[in-house]
Design a protein around this ligand. Structure first.
Ligand SMILES: [Zn+2]
Length: 361
């Protein structure tokens, strides 16, 4: 093997030779050869019994000092040189201007890897925050949101919903008044800082038989749901479920959880425009993202106990849920409004309502 021409500038190399005792592995066999290594300006020359090889220095990399005793030089073609002469290797490192045996490319790679590692670290942190931190923060934020903010959100949302999703009710005024009176009695029992009110709307093809609540206590019920009910106890069971969502502040929690990161980024970036568009996105968010299974269970729990207290049974809510399931089919109306938005899970919800009744007897 001859020294190759080398266009690298080793001007930092000081003249003179450096030699040290080493063990040479040729990369082809596992045989260890006692050798003498000699470093000239651009070449590493290795002499062993009956063997003399040379490598261009630019092809040599010095491994980081992993062991206190041995230093390792990696050579082209899988060969390696090990030595106990740490001073010689240190001198070689100084000559080559290499730090801990890393070539420039390797150093850049190391820096790139460090950058990648920190990006991965940030992503892991964000993922953990989204998974564990954000829900807890969202719950807390929902609990301490002032009633005035809830009322403002209700007003803004009602306008958007009426514009895009629902049409005026065709129920008679008398029928509306009757249900409103029943709902007022239910709402009066709930208390809290909420402005409970009931709005009747035609659900049309998009919404159909359904009901849902806004954060401040505005509850929508569609004509289709009123007509689907065989008696008003069923409607009240549904409305008790909706007031449950209001009291547990499920909608606010949902808003904070969905928009939390967007909002956080907007605040960090000082982006007022996107903060405003976050507020504008709230109505669509309320309509399109169903509650969690746990939120539905809490609302059913409230409704179930209210029904037990007033009628001694949870059957009215069970019955209308079953009728909704039959009507919607297994696919249901995905993501639109409450009640059956969270497919699957009706089976568990019915079982839960039966269990509340069984526990009371
Ligand atoms: Zn619900």
């Amino acid at each position: 093997m001859n020294p190759q021409s080398d266009d690298l500038n080793f001007s930092d190399l000081t003249p003179g030779e450096l030699s040290f005792a080493a063990t040479y592995f040729d990369g082809l066999t596992s045989r260890a050869r006692a050798a003498q290594a000699q470093v000239n300006n651009l070449t590493l020359l290795i002499r062993s019994e009956g063997l003399e090889v040379s490598y261009p220095l630019r092809g040599v990399s010095i491994e980081p000092p992993l062991s206190r005793l041995r230093r390792v030089l990696k050579l082209p073609g899988g060969a390696r040189l090990e030595t106990d002469d740490r001073r010689a290797i240190a001198a070689l490192e100084r000559r080559l201007g290499r730090n801990a045996g890393l070539s420039l490319v390797q150093r850049l790679e190391a820096r790139w890897l460090a950058a990648l590692a920190s990006v991965v670290g940030v992503l892991v942190f964000l993922a953990l925050f989204v998974q564990y931190g954000l829900p807890a923060l969202a719950t807390l934020a929902a609990q301490i949101t002032p009633p005035a903010v809830l009322a403002a959100l209700d007003a803004q949302s009602v306008r958007a919903i009426d514009g895009d999703y629902l049409k005026p009710s065709t129920l008679s005024q008398a029928r509306q008044e009757q249900i409103r009176r029943e709902f007022a009695a239910l709402a009066a029992e709930r208390g809290g800082p909420y402005a409970f009110r009931l709005l009747f709307r035609d659900g049309g093809d998009l919404v159909g038989a359904n009901a849902f609540a806004l954060p401040g206590g505005t509850v929508f019920v569609t004509d289709e749901l009123v007509r689907l009910a065989k008696d008003d106890r069923e409607i009240l069971g549904v409305l008790a479920h909706e007031t449950g969502h209001v009291e547990h502040r499920h909608a606010m929690r949902q808003i904070y959880q969905s928009l939390g990161l967007t909002l956080a980024f907007a605040v960090v970036a000082g982006d007022v425009t996107s903060a405003a568009s976050v507020a504008a996105a709230v109505p669509a968010l309320l309509l399109n993202s169903g509650y969690s299974r746990q939120a539905e269970t809490e609302a059913d729990d409230d409704a179930g106990h209210w029904l037990m207290n007033h009628y001694g049974t949870t059957r009215p809510l069970q019955d209308i849920l079953k009728r909704l399931i039959e009507q919607d089919g297994p696919e249901g109306r995905h993501g639109v409004l409450d009640l059956l938005a969270s497919h699957p899970g009706e089976g568990q919800r019915l079982a839960h309502l039966r269990a509340i009744e069984a526990a009371a007897k």
